[in-house]
Design a binder for this molecule. Structure first.
Ligand code: ZN
Length: 364
């Protein structure tokens, strides 16, 4: 299994200039390669593959950038195209891969084997063509490091390492739980426990709105506008970190307490198009809760299962009666067996039932 560690790095002024140079070069390469693919496709209806593009790489002039980092850029272009064709095939709204504008390309990766181009030594991260950057490594790396990605986040930088860990022996589940994710509470468990959203987020709501308002009043292209952009991205980072912290804690609790954790398969749910921004933010944090719980559970020998979300909130968990449940209705009142339950709790129990059933069939 893969696991990612992220640490903040503290480049000097000179190193920052070099990092920004690499980002700019990678962005240019990305856009060039995208352009080549596009024209090849439009002019002669032929596709360019990763290998076609890679052959051209030695002739390109990208001074100050490590060769493998450039190869990774080509892989990103390739990935963007493969995802595009997959979407075309599955009749989703395709959306052609986009050119990356300034500020829209914020990371580059040292791929392949760790030690080629990037290396950790003491409190320094040594990057080929950049130098030794001070790093704050708040925990030890476990497993074999596969890739190292350098990211810019507003005025800060961080390094994330993807490591390969051996899979733990799966245990026979003794304890299982169904989890219903929601908007007012982050998650409701089948035993009735609720995991709330972090309260501090409300405070940042007004801060964000104010920062956006300030930004819109600054003149385009002015240095004041650039400064305000940094302020804004700082607030976004803060919000993201609070949310991430909360998700880490919730997933830790789940994976420590239960062997088999069952969620709804959100990808199926997402097929119903939704344009609300707030909703998409929730979608993102639900997805993250599931992926964090998955790797923590796997690490402990447990498992996460996803079940089809069909009827989980419409069905009575006691007698199986099905009725319409508009979102505003917070309580499930069953006309056929008379049980009265919290809407999300009822759904969580149905999710658990569905998952356990699938689990048993899967074992047979
Ligand atoms: Zn009932």
């Amino acid at each position: 299994m893969r696991k990612t560690y992220q640490f903040r790095i503290y480049p000097t002024r000179k190193q920052t200039i070099k990092l920004l140079h690499v980002l700019a070069m990678c962005r240019h390469l990305y856009n060039d390669m995208l352009h080549d693919r596009k024209t090849a496709y439009e002019d002669c209806n032929c596709g360019l593959s990763y290998y076609d593009q890679q052959r051209w790489l030695p002739f390109a002039d990208y001074q100050g950038v490590y060769g493998h980092v450039l190869q990774d850029v080509l892989k990103r272009v390739d990935k963007a195209f493969k995802a595009f064709f997959r979407r075309v095939k599955s009749w989703e709204e395709p959306g052609y891969p986009r050119f990356k504008g300034y500020g829209r390309y914020d990371s580059f990766t040292y791929p392949d084997v760790y030690g080629h181009g990037s290396k950790l030594e003491g409190a320094k991260l040594i990057l080929s063509k950049i130098g030794a950057i001070r790093i704050f490594q708040h925990r030890e790396l476990e497993g074999k490091v596969k890739t190292c990605t350098i990211k810019r986040d507003g005025d800060q930088w961080c390094a994330s390492f993807s490591v390969e860990l051996p899979d733990a022996e799966p245990v026979v589940p003794q304890t299982s739980v169904g989890v219903d994710v929601g908007i007012t509470t982050l998650a409701t468990l089948s035993d009735g426990t609720e995991i709330g959203n972090p309260k501090t987020l409300d405070k940042y709501d007004s801060k964000l709105r104010r920062a956006h308002r300030h930004l819109s009043r600054k003149k385009k292209g002015s240095s004041n506008r650039d400064k305000q952009k940094v302020v804004l991205s700082g607030i976004y980072r803060k919000v993201r970190n609070i949310r991430k912290d909360c998700l880490h804690k919730a997933s830790r609790t789940l994976s420590d307490t239960y062997d088999l954790i069952i969620f709804e398969d959100l990808q199926i749910q997402n097929m119903v198009k939704n344009h609300h921004l707030a909703r998409s933010i929730h979608d993102a944090s639900w997805g993250m809760l599931i992926s964090l719980t998955t790797y923590k559970a796997e690490y402990a020998g447990g498992a996460v299962k996803l079940v089809n979300p069909r009827n989980t909130s419409k069905e009575c968990c006691i007698c199986g009666n099905i009725q319409e449940m508009p979102l505003s209705q917070r309580t499930y009142t069953c006309p056929s067996c008379g049980s009265v339950m919290d809407r999300d709790h009822n759904a969580a129990i149905n999710i658990k039932k569905g998952g356990c059933l699938e689990w048993q069939q899967w074992k047979l």
